[in-house]
Design a protein around this ligand. Sequence first.
Ligand code: ADP
Length: 423
Amino acid sequence: MSDSSECTGTCGTCAQDGCAERTEAPAQTCGGNQDQAALKNRMAKIKHKIIVLSGKGGVGKSTVAVNLATALAMEGRDVGLLDVDIHGPSVPTMLGRFEAPVQNTATGIKPVSVDSMKVMSIGFLLQDRDDAVIWRGPMKMGVIQQFLQDVEWGELDYLIIDSPPGTGDEPLSVCQLIDNPTGAVVVTTPQEVAAADVRKSLNFCNQLGIPVLGLVENMSGFVCPKCGEVTEIFKVGGGQRLADTFQVPLLGCIPIDPSVGAACDDGTPFIYHHANSPAAKAFAGVVAPILRLTETKKTKSQTAASTKENTMRIAVPVAEGKLAMHFGHCATFALVDVDTENKTVLGREDVPAPPHQPGLLPPWLAERNVNLVIAGGMGQRAQALFAEHGITVLVGAPAETPEDVATQYLAGTLQTGANVCDH
Ligand code: ADP
């Protein structure tokens, strides 16, 4: 951030002295990570990394993660599901795969296949499902890193990550290790006490600069299994009030539905096995905006004559021939077409930036078939807007030529640092 008058103090990763919102950027706090390049390479092949968070346990975070992943896979997307909820790994039970053996290969750990999904869970490592995990902190962090880095996820449209609850060290590690998460889905229940916890989760995302894709209010009312009538058990409207306060979308209110509980226990995702249940219908609102992240992309690539398979277009803001730190105010964007399979730059087109207008750049770059923006820094609200347009954002990139930045990105060697506060 070079012009303090422009700082909105909202990105949470500002490098400017005196910024009230200043926090350390993920790359700075994640020191000592010797395998960073391997981790970056693995993560670079995954288009959208979505973290499912909750303020506390038992609110339905794993239920949302499992059903979100299943719903995206049912829509034909390539999906991975990673359960790093160390103290309550319920994904194996919810998918009916408690006995799944984990295999090591020469190139990494093989994920467990569940229908078309690739799944990995701490639970797969426990010899007995009643084993208590009593690992110390560093060991837990090591396992989380290994699962992100060493599991053979391959090319995925989505990796859904069921994070440990709360805002402590474990969810912090998850968020820091994932290179540029697309965003977080935060799960809560309607009680006031849960709302207090979820505020912490939303602030946690703000401080780390992770876009909040939306809030899910689970266990919102009870569906009578006999007549289908919904009875409000707790105070209504808490999720909407929180969403309004934090200016994040309320993705859905999922009722307490006995078929959901039974489906979780039976290892059969309700979104598939009880597709007509009130809970599954309410869940459509959770899936739709996340599905659009790739829908936009697919529609665009179908209509753009120049877009072929295995190619992508990277937008880099440019000043004096190099990546400009002034993202929102740069005069030119370099649109670099690359071949993701051969890892080569195919061409570059420079286009003058449109007049400065809040919210204009995401649709403007989406119209130009951009898949990825590589920038010095960007506020989290802008990142969320890009995510809504199916564009991934990578921040903290160095001031080098657009071709060099793109080549390093393809090789998995792009060194990203702090998110420079720039709007
Ligand atoms: P968390 O991951 O937040 O600890 P879980 O997803 O494991 O929570 O859910 C806790 C329990 O509540 C599970 O037994 C699950 O089946 C049940 N559950 C979650 N959401 C619902 C719902 N909407 N209706 C009925 N049961 C639910």
